[in-house]
Write a protein that binds this ligand. Structure first.
Ligand SMILES: O=C(O)CCC(=O)C(=O)O
Length: 279
């Protein structure tokens, strides 16, 4: 599998703030990952909710290996630079017929990071189609940060139900249709969202947030990230070890602390919560 986003990729990403579709792995590998996720969900008693939604790569070694996979980090490094940290990851899973949606937003809004050198790789583990509520992006909207309003609306999958305070031209939006094993890359300031899942299969996307190591966390003295490519000459983020096995107790302990740190960052000035981890 090519570890590159292909010719013109950097130019396209700079212009549009997004690149898609890119093949990250063969479909059968994506199916195996989906089966592994669904086994983890069955063991957890349902979807990875609450604290398990936060940086699950620090709780499941197979996700840690995925965020480090050169077939993903290679294309990411072409747009971010040779040195790449994984700052966070989470699943966006919509059940078949699920009314859950994602309002128009820019990721950078509540993350507290000091600059825009952050790129999400969104990996499809099931068909992400117009019917299943694929991600929709508005190309070229990544050039400025716009303020957001918190709605906390029911069925909105975002932490605060935040929505960008600007008129979004629906006709300018592009559907990011992906087959299992394909991925998209999007810029941290790109306006994007998604509609409900009207298909009869789950829509499972794994969003991995990659950042350049020169960035700093502005909302907390403490933050952490995993070096996935190159070197970290800045050490602004504490390193994160690979979990030894699914939900191993040492990893759960470390994760509980990081969850508290991130709850303070993401919900600064509010009483929101990212939830808790079991155990
Ligand atoms: O999965 C979706 O529909 C939205 C994903 C998203 O908002 C993100 O990756 O930042």
């Amino acid at each position: 599998m090519a570890e590159t986003a292909g010719p013109d990729a950097v130019e396209t990403y700079r212009r549009d703030g997004a690149l898609h579709p890119l093949r990250a792995m063969p479909a059968d590998e994506a199916a195996a990952l989906r089966a592994r996720l669904e086994a983890a969900e069955a063991a957890a008693g349902g979807k990875l909710e609450g604290g398990l939604k936060f940086k699950p790569h620090l709780l499941y070694p197979w996700l840690y290996d995925l965020v480090c996979d050169p077939r993903i980090t290679g294309p990411v490094s072409e747009v971010l630079g040779d040195d790449v940290l994984c700052w966070a990851s989470n699943f966006f899973t919509k059940e078949a017929g699920d009314p859950a949606y994602v309002s128009w937003h820019q990721d950078a809004t509540y993350w507290g990071l000091s600059g825009p050198d952050i790129c999400t790789a969104w990996i499809a583990l099931s068909p992400s189609t117009v019917a299943s509520g694929c991600m929709r992006v508005v190309p070229g909207t990544h050039t400025e940060q716009i303020s957001h309003a918190d709605t906390h609306a029911a069925d909105n999958m975002l932490s605060r139900g935040q929505v960008v305070q600007a008129e979004v031209d629906d006709h300018a939006a592009v559907d990011v249709v992906l087959e299992p094993g394909e991925m998209s890359l999007h810029h941290v300031r790109l306006i994007h969202g998604s509609r409900a899942n009207q298909s009869n299969d789950r829509r499972i996307g794994y969003a991995i947030r990659y950042a350049a190591p020169h960035l700093r966390q502005l909302y907390s003295d403490e933050d952490s990230a995993t070096l996935v490519r190159g070197e970290d000459r800045y050490r602004h983020f504490a390193p994160e070890p690979r979990p030894e096995r699914d939900l191993d107790p040492a990893a759960l302990d470390r994760h509980r602390h990081l969850l508290e740190v991130h709850t303070k960052i993401l919900y600064r000035g509010t009483h929101g919560s990212l939830g808790t981890v079991p155990g």
